[in-house]
Design a protein around this ligand. Structure first.
Ligand SMILES: *Cc1c(COP(=O)(O)O)cnc(C)c1O
Length: 347
C-alpha cells in the first residue's frame, strides 16, 4: 500500500489546550476553534477530546460545521458560529442549538425575527474590516441588542502574531471603547492574542492554530506526523535530471527516492526543489518538481533508505513546511489530503 500515513496526536491537542488555558487567569474561559474540520484534523475527534479536557465553548466558521461538534460533545457545550445567522441557517441554529455571532444589522434583524428567544453573540469590527459591526453601526443598535442579552461580544485581531504591530493596541482600544460598561462576557484573543498578555484576554480566549501545534504558539507540543512511503529508489548519474520539466540535475552520482504523495495530497507544488523530508534524524532535500502524487527526495547520504520518509514530525512542523512552500502553517494543516491513512493517538 502506497498511501501516506498521517498520525494525529489528540493527547497533544489536549495538552496544547491546557497549556494555552494556563496562559490566562482561571476566571477566563478558554474556548477551542474547530472550524474547517478542526484545521483539517477532524472536528468530531478534536471536539470530543477537548470537551473531555474541559473545554465548554467551541467555535466553527459556518453553521453546517456545528453538527459534527454538537454530535461529539456533551449537551451543555456551547457551539458558536463566526459567520453568524445567514439566510437558510435558522433551522440548523435552532435544531443543533448553535450560537450565531451576529455580524451585521441585517443578521441581527434576521435572528430576532426568526428565533427571538434563541441565544446569540455579537461580533464587532475593531479594525480588521472582515466581519462584525463597525463602531457607528454598533452605536445605533447597541441598546436594542443589549435588552436581548447577548451571551458574548467578540472581535478579532488582524496582527496578533506580530506582538509589536501597532494594530494590536489600536484594536484593543477600539474594542474596549465599543464594549465599555456592557455587562456581557467579552472575547478578543485567538492564539496570538492569548500570547500577547492578560489585557487581551477579557472573559474568553479563542485559540485555534496553537491547539494544532502551529505558529505563533511556538512552545506547542507537535500534533501531526506525516510519513510517506518510498515507492522506488534509483541511481542518477551526473548530468541526469529528475522529475517534470527536468527540474533538478545531478551534480554528483546520486540516489533519489520517489515518495508517495504530492500536491493532490496538500503538499503544495511551491515546495518544488525546496524543503526536506526526514529519515529519522537525517534531513533529505526535496529535488525537482512536486508531482500530483509523488515527490523526489535526495537520499544519497543515507546508509540505508527507510521504507518511509517523514515530511511532518518531531523535526519539522507545519510552519517549516509552510516556509518552504511560501505559505503559513494554517494552509498546510487545512490542506492535509484525504488519501492518507489516518491514525488518531490518545482517543
Ligand atoms: C480562526 C479564528 C480564530 C482562531 O484563530 P487562531 O489564529 O487559529 O488561533 C479565532 N477567532 C476568529 C474570529 C477566527 O476567525
Amino acid at each position: 500500500m502506497a498511501g501516506g500515513h498521517l498520525t494525529v496526536d489528540l493527547g497533544a491537542v489536549a495538552k496544547n489546550w491546557r497549556a494555552l488555558d494556563a496562559k490566562s487567569d482561571k476566571s477566563v474561559e478558554t474556548a477551542a476553534v474547530v472550524k474547517a474540520d478542526a484545521y483539517g484534523l477532524a472536528a468530531d475527534r478534536v471536539a470530543a477530546t477537548l470537551a473531555r479536557a474541559g473545554a465548554k465553548w467551541f467555535f466553527v466558521a459556518i453553521a453546517e460545521e456545528g453538527a459534527a461538534v454538537r454530535g461529539a460533545t456533551p449537551r451543555d457545550t456551547k457551539v458558536c458560529v463566526f459567520s453568524g445567522h445567514m439566510a437558510g441557517d435558522t433551522d440548523m441554529i435552532h435544531d443543533l442549538d448553535l450560537i450565531p455571532m451576529l455580524n451585521s444589522v441585517e443578521q441581527i434583524e434576521r435572528h430576532f425575527d426568526a428565533l427571538p428567544d434563541h441565544p446569540f453573540g455579537i461580533q464587532l469590527d475593531s479594525g480588521m474590516n472582515r466581519l462584525g459591526l463597525e463602531p457607528d453601526e454598533w452605536d445605533t443598535v447597541r441598546d436594542g441588542v443589549m435588552t436581548k442579552n447577548p451571551v458574548l461580544i467578540m472581535s478579532h485581531l488582524a496582527c496578533a502574531d506580530e506582538p509589536d504591530h501597532p494594530m494590536n493596541a489600536q484594536q484593543l482600544a477600539c474594542f474596549t471603547e465599543m464594549t465599555e460598561g456592557l455587562d456581557v462576557p467579552k472575547s478578543l484573543a485567538a492564539t496570538g492574542g492569548t500570547l500577547l498578555g492578560p489585557e487581551y484576554h477579557f472573559d474568553m480566549t479563542r485559540p485555534g492554530v496553537g491547539l494544532y501545534g502551529g505558529f505563533p504558539y511556538t512552545e506547542a507540543t507537535p500534533v501531526v506526523r506525516l510519513s510517506l512511503p518510498v515507492i522506488q529508489t534509483r541511481r542518477v548519474a551526473v548530468g541526469e535530471t529528475v522529475g517534470y520539466a527536468a527540474g533538478w540535475t545531478a551534480e554528483v552520482p546520486s540516489r533519489i527516492a520517489t515518495v508517495s504523495a504530492g500536491y493532490a495530497d496538500g503538499l503544495i507544488r511551491a515546495q518544488s526543489g525546496r524543503g526536506h523530508l526526514w529519515a529519522d534524524d537525517i534531513a533529505c532535500p526535496i529535488v525537482g518538481r512536486v508531482s500530483m502524487d509523488m515527490i523526489g527526495v535526495d537520499v544519497t547520504h543515507l546508509d540505508r533508505v527507510p521504507k518511509a520518509l517523514d515530511i511532518l514530525g518531531p523535526h519539522q512542523g507545519v510552519d517549516v513546511v509552510a516556509d518552504a512552500a511560501g505559505t503559513i502553517g494554517y494552509e498546510i494543516l487545512t490542506s492535509l489530503g484525504h488519501r492518507y491513512a489516518r491514525n488518531y493517538l490518545g482517543t
